[in-house]
Ligand binder design. Structure first.
Ligand code: GLC
Ligand code: CA
Length: 556
C-alpha cells in the first residue's frame, strides 16, 4: 500500500488558550500562535492540531461552540486566522482543526431555536425526551458529573448532554443535522485547512431506545455506554463519502470507549472512515479499579505495556495508530510515568519520548511536552478551573468517597488543568506567556523548565525531540517496522523491537530509578547505538535509572 503523508508526520498540539498571549489579557490567542510558528517548525513537527478556536461561551474552554464559522472573541478574528493559516503553510506546516460536533453550545442558534418550542423546526437537532417517574428519562451520567439530562421548563422536557449542561448533544439521526455538519466542514476545507481532529466522535450514534445502564460508583451509568453506537460507522462513512474523500487530509477521531475491533473500522487503511483514532486504553492503565480516573493513580507497567503492545500488533497492516502520552485532557507524562526529581526529570522525559516515538503510528507532541513540562503543585480546590475534574470531585466528595485533602492530592495527579497551565517560553515574568495576569497560574518551575533555555542547549529535552522527529522522517523501520514486546511482566523495563526486512531496532527503556541488569539479546550484539538519553556510553548488561537506548541492526 502507498504511504500516506500523515504516516510519517509528527503532530504538534496547541491549546490556544495557554500557548501565547499577544495582547496582555492573560489569554492565549491567534496572533500569539502566529508569532510562535517558527518554533514549531524548528522542532521539526510538520502538522499542528489546534484545539477549538471557534466562537464559544467557554463553559468547557471552547469545546462548547456557539458558532462553527466564527472565531472566539478572546482569540481574535477570522482575519487573524487567515494570517495564521497562510504563514503556517508558507513554513510547511499543515493545520488540523478540532471538530466538536457530538454537541454544540446551548448558546448556538440551533439550540436557542430548538428549546423554544416543541414544534420548532430545529427541535430535532437535539435529543429531547419526556421525564420518567418524576425524574430524568434514564440513568445516564455526564462525563463531568451529575445526570446527563437537564430539565427545560420552557417545554417541560429534558435534553441530553453527555458533557456539561451547556453542551447539548446533537441528534445525528436527523439527516438535516448531518447536512449542516458536512457543509460546515466543507466550508473550512475550502479555506485550505488540512484535516480534522474529531472530538468524542465515537459518541455520535446513541443506542436505540436510550436504555438505562449499570450504575457506577457515582450512582449514574457511565456515559461511555453510548460509545460505538448502532449507526456510528454508517455516519462516518457518509461523512467520508460526502466530504473527506474529496481532499487529502489527516483525520483523527477521538474515540472514547473504542475497542481494537472497532478501531479497525474507524481507522481502516482502506480510507473508508478516518486516518486514525485516539484510543484510551493506555491512558486507563493507571486508573483506580473502582473510582476510575479521578482517584489515586494506580501505576502498573505490565498493564500499560500489554495495552500498547496489543494496539501495535493488531492494527499493523490493517489500520493506523496515533501515539500520545499528553494532550489537554491528560496530566503531564513526566509527572505521571517519569520523575520530577531534578536529577532525573530530563532523563525520564527523554526516555518516555523514546518509548513512544519508536512505535508504529503518528506521534502527537502536546505543547510543553517537548520541554518536559510537569504537573502544577495545586494547593487548593479553588485554584482548579477544569470542569471535568471539579465535577467528578464534587460527586465523589458528596458521597463521602473523597475528602477535600484527598481531592487536592487527586488534582495534583489527575486534573486536566495540569496540561493547561501556560506554555513556559522563558524564565521571565509569567514565563513569557503574557504581560497580564494569566487565566491559569504559571508553573513556578518555569525558571528551570523553559523553551528559551532549551532551544540553545544541545542536550535538552527539546533537542532530543528534534532528533526523534528527524529519525522518523529518515528511517522506514520507525514508520513501518513490526512491533514485538519483550519482557512483558517486568514491572520496570519496557523493551521492544521493530523489524522491517533485515533491519531492526531494539528499544530499551527503564521506567524506574533503579539500575537494572539486562543483557542485550545475541542478535543485537554489536549493533549501532541509534539514540541514547545518557551523555556517557551505555554500561554493558545494565540499564541505568530512567535510561533509554535504541540499537539498530541490519542498516544498509
Ligand atoms: C473531548 C475533549 C475535552 C472536552 C470533551 C467535550 O474529550 O478533548 O477537552 O471536554 O471532549 O467536548
Ligand atoms: Ca490574548
Amino acid at each position: 500500500m502507498e504511504e500516506k503523508w500523515w504516516q510519517r508526520s509528527v503532530v504538534y498540539q496547541i491549546y490556544p488558550r495557554s500557548f501565547q498571549d499577544s495582547n496582555g489579557d492573560g489569554i492565549g490567542d491567534l496572533p500569539g500562535i502566529t508569532s510562535r510558528l517558527e518554533y514549531i517548525r524548528d522542532l521539526g513537527t510538520d502538522t499542528i492540531w489546534l484545539s477549538p478556536i471557534y466562537k464559544s461561551p467557554n463553559d468547557d474552554n471552547g469545546y462548547d461552540i456557539s458558532d462553527y464559522q466564527d472565531i472566539m472573541t478572546e482569540f481574535g478574528t477570522m482575519a487573524d486566522f487567515d494570517v495564521m493559516l497562510e504563514k503556517a503553510h508558507s513554513l510547511g506546516l499543515k493545520i488540523v482543526m478540532d471538530l466538536v460536533v457530538n454537541h454544540s453550545s446551548d448558546e448556538h442558534k440551533w439550540f436557542v431555536e430548538s428549546r423554544s418550542s416543541r414544534d420548532n423546526p430545529y427541535r430535532d437537532y437535539y435529543i429531547w425526551r419526556e421525564g420518567k417517574n418524576g425524574g430524568a428519562p434514564n440513568n445516564w451520567g455526564s462525563c463531568f458529573g451529575g445526570s446527563a439530562w437537564k430539565y427545560d421548563e420552557q417545554t417541560d422536557m429534558y435534553f441530553l448532554h453527555l458533557f456539561s449542561k451547556k453542551q447539548p448533544d446533537l441528534n445525528w439521526d436527523n439527516p438535516v443535522v448531518r447536512d449542516e455538519v458536512f457543509n460546515m466542514m466543507d466550508w473550512w476545507l475550502q479555506k485550505g485547512i488540512d484535516g480534522f481532529r474529531m472530538d468524542v466522535i465515537s459518541l455520535i450514534s446513541k443506542p436505540e431506545g436510550l436504555p438505562d445502564g449499570e450504575p457506577g460508583p457515582t450512582g449514574y451509568a457511565p456515559f461511555l455506554l453510548t460509545a460505538n453506537g448502532p449507526h456510528e460507522h454508517e455516519y462516518l462513512r457518509e461523512m467520508n463519502r460526502r466530504v473527506l474523500s474529496k481532499y487529502d487530509l489527516l483525520t483523527v477521531g477521538e474515540c472514547a470507549g473504542v475497542t481494537l475491533e472497532e478501531a479497525k473500522n474507524y481507522a481502516n487503511l482502506d480510507g473508508s472512515e478516518l486516518s486514525m483514532v485516539f484510543q484510551f486504553e493506555h491512558m486507563d492503565a493507571d486508573f483506580h479499579p473502582v473510582y476510575g480516573r479521578y482517584a489515586e493513580q494506580c501505576k502498573n507497567l505490565p498493564r500499560l505495556k500489554a495495552t500498547l503492545a496489543r494496539w501495535q500488533k493488531e492494527l499493523d497492516g490493517v489500520a493506523w495508530n496515533s501515539l500520545y502520552w499528553d494532550n489537554h485532557d491528560q496530566p503531564r507524562v513526566v509527572s505521571r510515568y517519569g520523575s520530577e526529581k531534578p536529577e532525573y526529570r530530563e532523563l525520564s522525559a527523554k526516555m518516555l519520548a523514546t518509548c513512544l516515538h519508536m512505535m508504529q503510528g503518528t506521534p502527537y507532541v502536546y505543547q510543553g511536552e517537548e520541554l518536559g513540562m510537569t504537573n502544577y503543585p495545586w494547593t487548593s480546590i479553588d485554584q482548579i478551573n477544569d470542569i471535568e475534574s471539579l465535577g467528578n470531585y464534587r460527586d465523589l466528595h458528596a458521597r463521602g468517597y473523597m475528602s477535600e485533602e484527598q481531592g487536592v492530592a487527586m488534582m495534583r495527579q489527575r486534573s486536566r488543568d495540569n496540561a493547561r497551565t501556560p506554555m513556559q517560553w522563558d524564565d521571565g515574568p509569567n514565563a513569557g506567556f503574557s504581560s497580564g495576569t494569566p487565566w491559569l497560574p504559571v508553573n513556578p518551575n518555569h525558571t528551570v523548565i523553559n523553551a528559551a533555555e532549551q532551544v540553545k542547549r544541545p542536550d535538552s529535552v527539546f533537542c532530543f525531540y528534534q532528533k526523534l522527529i528527524r529519525l522518523r522522517r529518515e528511517l522506514d523501520v520507525i514508520v513501518h517496522g513490526h512491533f514485538e514486546l519483550l519482557e512483558p511482566e517486568d514491572p520496570e523495563l519496557f523493551i521492544y523491537t521493530r523489524t522491517l526486512g533485515d533491519e531492526g531496532l531494539l528499544v530499551m527503556c527503564n521506567f524506574s530509578e533503579n539500575a537494572r541488569d539486562w543483557a542485550v539479546p545475541a542478535d543485537y550484539a554489536g549493533a549501532d547505538v541509534l539514540l541514547a538519553n545518557y551523555p556517557t556510553p551505555a554500561e554493558s548488561g545494565r540499564l541505568r535509572p530512567w535510561e533509554a537506548i535504541v540499537l539498530r541492526k541490519g542498516a544498509k
